[in-house]
Design a protein around this ligand. Structure first.
Ligand SMILES: [Zn+2]
Length: 68
């Protein structure tokens, strides 16, 4: 059983994936954020890191999860 603790004001913050996410199929790595800018920044950091450290050339997929 998984228990999630959250403050009363933070309804649904942990219950489902909302906002934006990035995913790299090459490294099977993903992250999420509230805004497209935040996710693009994180994805950019991922690309930069692996290019710098391993010279891996990977692609990142950006997704918006707000639509139903
Ligand atoms: Zn990658």
């Amino acid at each position: 059983m998984t228990k999630v603790l959250s403050r009363p004001g933070n309804k649904s913050q942990f219950t489902q994936l909302q906002g934006w996410s990035w995913y790299c199929p090459y490294h099977d790595t993903m992250g999420s954020g509230d805004t497209e800018q935040e996710v693009l920044f994180m994805a950019g950091a991922h690309l930069y890191y692996f290019e710098d450290v391993t010279s891996d050339d990977c692609d990142v997929i950006i997704k918006n999860h707000n639509k139903k």
